[in-house]
Design a protein around this ligand. Structure first.
Ligand code: AMP
Length: 373
């Protein structure tokens, strides 16, 4: 039996494990915390991801290693590869995605538009960057930020000192010009070991307080064989990125839509929250195709099975009975204790068309608890 060793044992690991199990593939997980979600589907080793020796021991005897979090230290993946392990996605995907400055430079080199940006190291360089990029602007840590954490919007030059102060422990910084976007979208794609690429339809994403709240895929992509020009552009961008990185597995590119333009925000070298709808909404989910890709199986079809949406449960779960009563709704419970701002589960909605999806979404928002997201 094939064994897949997964670095990280959160909900993404759990859903990868469930998809792997259905394919007859065993999974095991390594996570620094105990009692993690993926424990429901495979054995969990508790160790630091910085502990290369522990990680190499954990991977011993597995056929392939993957990760569910791009914060895995590149030195750990390097040590795994040097010890003879196959690791997918590879080191380039991981290290480029870990640094917002390097990521933007790589995207730009591929002709993919990004927000205007500048490296910031102190008040002087911040003020210079603000004068050249204009206001408002967003000061972000180059590494480690997620869900809108480690970033501050600067609306007035007099806020610069306070913004720097807020991010003192965030390491190296980058200033980005604020993009007055119309919408936020993501394109999720997968590349197999043999270089085959498949993409899912463009996903529309709504955030609240920096956390993804709702992702939605229109049934137009189901009825209409012709791609929208924006989707075709997104596919062109993500394809060039996958090929440039020689990426194997799923990769998600987050984009701002401004008029007929797409501007890349960032990419994740992994399955993504904005792709959870694909569990019921696509012939092959992002999780199954990631497992297929990294274990060398042929990729599955990514066609839609309907109009789809995904709503995150932030802080607290809804009553399962009220969700089960909504047509096309499926609750995915991560078995996590409730905590402010924490993703504790999600609900996918599947409908035959967009208007039915609207109706199910409004029924869902009627019964969702007033979360603290
Ligand atoms: P990030 O952590 O980079 O994904 O940013 C979190 C959210 O902040 C994004 O989903 C956007 O809503 C917003 N954001 C980030 N960067 C920019 C930008 N340069 N211009 C406008 N909004 C941004």
């Amino acid at each position: 039996m094939t064994t897949l060793a997964i670095l990280g044992g959160g909900q993404l690991g759990w859903m990868l494990g469930l998809a792997a199990k259905a394919l007859g593939i065993d999974t095991r997980f390594l996570d620094p915390s105990t009692g993690v979600t993926a424990g429901a589907v495979g054995e969990v080793t508790t160790a630091s991801l910085d502990d290369a020796e522990a990680v190499i021991n954990f991977a011993g005897g597995a056929d392939v290693v993957t990760y569910e979090w791009e914060g895995v230290p590149a030195s750990t993946v390097e040590a795994l590869i040097n010890a003879g392990n196959a690791v997918h996605p590879g080191i380039a995907s991981l290290s480029v995605s870990q640094d917002r400055l390097i990521e933007k430079q790589r995207l730009q080199a591929l002709g993919i538009p990004v927000a205007p940006h500048a490296e910031v190291s102190d008040l002087d360089s911040l003020q210079r960057a603000l004068r050249s990029l204009g206001l408002p602007a967003i000061l972000k840590s180059r590494r480690g930020g997620y869900d809108g954490k480690s970033q501050v919007v600067i609306r007035d030059e007099s806020d610069s000192e306070a913004a720097l102060e807020t991010l003192t422990s965030a390491g190296e910084l980058i200033l980005e010009g604020f993009i007055p976007f119309d919408r936020e979208v993501s394109i999720i794609a997968v590349r197999g070991l043999d270089g085959e690429i498949k993409t899912w339809p463009l996903v529309e994403n709504l955030h609240r307080n920096g956390i993804l709240r709702l992702s939605r895929v229109s049934s137009e992509a189901l009825q209409d064989a012709v791609q929208s020009p924006l989707e075709a552009l997104a596919i062109q961008y993500v394809t060039s990125l996958l090929e440039d990185l020689a990426h194997v597995g799923v990769l998600t590119l987050e984009l701002f839509v401004k008029g007929d333009q797409l501007i890349a925000n960032e990419f994740a070298p992994r399955v993504h929250n904005s792709g959870h709808w694909s569990i019921e909404g696509s012939k092959t989910s992002q999780f199954e195709n990631h497992v297929r890709a990294v274990t060398g199986l042929p990729l599955g079809e990514t066609d839609l099975t309907g109009a789809s949406a995904m709503v995150n449960c932030i802080g607290v779960l809804p009553d399962p009975h009220s969700i089960a009563a909504i047509t096309g709704a499926h609750l995915h419970d991560y078995a996590k204790s409730p905590r402010r701002g924490r993703k504790v589960g999600h609900i996918t909605l599947l409908a035959p068309n967009d208007s039915d999806l609207d109706a199910s979404l409004s029924a869902l928002f009627d019964v969702l608890p007033g979360d603290d997201g």
